[in-house]
Design a protein around this ligand. Structure first.
Ligand SMILES: CNc1ncnc2c1ncn2[C@@H]1O[C@H](COP(=O)(O)O)[C@@H](O)[C@H]1O
Ligand SMILES: [Zn+2]
Length: 356
């Protein structure tokens, strides 16, 4: 992205609400990790989907497995999180909600012959300390964290994750604001996760759920929309034109549930046939809150500036409309109202400089 056009999108202050930590790892960070772990024999084409390339969603999930192999120790998670936050900040993101699935890895420490265990609690603490370190470096970005549930892992892990998230919501000074439900949408059923999600909601955690990312999840989507969630990830197959239904759309509209929309991710993962057919069009036209996001900027080789530019060029948005889109994202953040006020203030100061 070059030229005057590119400069506008980079300078545009932005809010990123849908970014999976390990999917956001840049090429540069992957290089550093691969050098440290040459025995894994990991090459760049195994961790990223380049320009013009496509994969099935299933193949995308294989990519995450490779990245998880590379990012398996506390110091890796710390570095990855700091790098990702720094990169979002360099791209003009002023407020970021990162999400990640806490993992526990039991590696054998050969020299010591003991188990070096990374616990889920330690995983979350490590991400939070990366956020804190970036704060201390005075990067101009406010970062919050959503604890993620991988749907593949079933009922018990979901409940355990919610309990951890509740603890951190109370002890992290406002950094942990909510819960994400993600993972391979073709595995498992939301009904098994409902008690955990309900509990999370009751305890004050905000919910962002991947819903209808693939077709034929109508029952699950209907069930989970009754919670209702605070935001929806993707929602690709909600509307009737693509096999969804009017009643699903009505539930989303009635509850004003914002959608997190990730153009490149959906096109490269082949759940959407091409940019012009992206469901952004449907929801934007009815005036429903849509937030442009990256999903996995590392894996899909994109950044948030590029996603805004893509939305604008595909759907013919003026710069004024692009500005409004980025500003309206502030209404959808999970942090408290005082943070929204600060961000609105920031946008007001920057507007005459950026939108000349
Ligand atoms: C492409 N569409 C998607 N749909 C569903 N879940 C996705 C996803 N992209 C990423 N994830 C989820 O995020 C994890 C990687 O980051 P973390 O290890 O949690 O930081 C993946 O393993 C998957 O569970
Ligand atoms: Zn996602």
């Amino acid at each position: 992205m070059d030229g005057e056009e590119g400069v506008f999108y980079r300078r545009l202050p932005k809010v990123e609400l849908h970014a999976h930590l390990n999917g956001s790892v840049s090429y540069q960070t992957i290089e550093k990790l691969s050098k440290q772990k040459p025995h894994l024999n990991i090459e760049q084409n195994m961790t990223a989907i380049g320009k013009g390339q496509r994969r099935t969603l299933d193949e995308c999930f294989q990519v995450f497995k490779v990245i998880h192999q590379l990012v398996d120790a506390e110091e890796d998670i710390l570095m990855v999180a700091k790098d990702v936050i720094t990169e979002f900040s360099a791209d003009g993101v002023k407020y970021l909600e990162l999400r990640s699935t806490p993992r526990e890895e039991k590696n054998t420490g050969k020299e010591l012959n003991i188990l070096i265990g990374l616990t889920k609690r330690r995983y979350i603490e490590t991400v939070l300390s990366a956020i804190q370190q970036c704060k201390n470096e005075e990067l101009d970005i406010d970062v919050r964290f959503l604890v993620a549930i991988d749907r593949r892992n079933g009922t018990e892990v979901a409940m355990e994750t919610v309990k951890l998230a509740e603890e951190f919501m109370l002890s992290s000074d406002g950094l942990v604001v909510g819960l994400d439900l993600s993972g391979d949408p073709t595995v498992g059923h939301g009904r098994d996760l409902l008690p955990a999600l309900q509990r999370a909601k009751n305890s004050g955690l905000k919910l962002s759920l991947h819903l209808s990312e693939v077709p034929s999840q109508l029952d699950e989507t209907d069930l989970l929309l009754n919670l209702p969630p605070d935001r929806i990830g993707h929602g690709t197959f909600l509307h009737p034109e693509v096999g969804g239904s009017k009643s699903l759309v009505d539930k989303v509209l009635k509850n004003h549930i914002p959608l997190e929309l990730c153009l490149t991710s959906n096109v490269k993962g082949q759940t959407v046939p091409c940019y012009s057919k992206h469901h952004f069009k449907y929801w934007y036209q009815v005036g429903h809150p849509c937030v442009i996001c990256t999903d996995d900027k590392g894996v899909f080789c994109t950044d948030l500036s590029q996603e805004y530019q893509l939305a604008a060029s595909t759907f013919g948005l003026s710069r004024e409309s692009v500005w409004n889109l980025s500003q309206q994202a502030i209404d959808c953040i999970f942090a408290e109202d005082s943070v929204k006020q600060q961000l609105r203030q920031k946008w007001a100061v920057l507007k005459p400089q950026v939108l000349k």
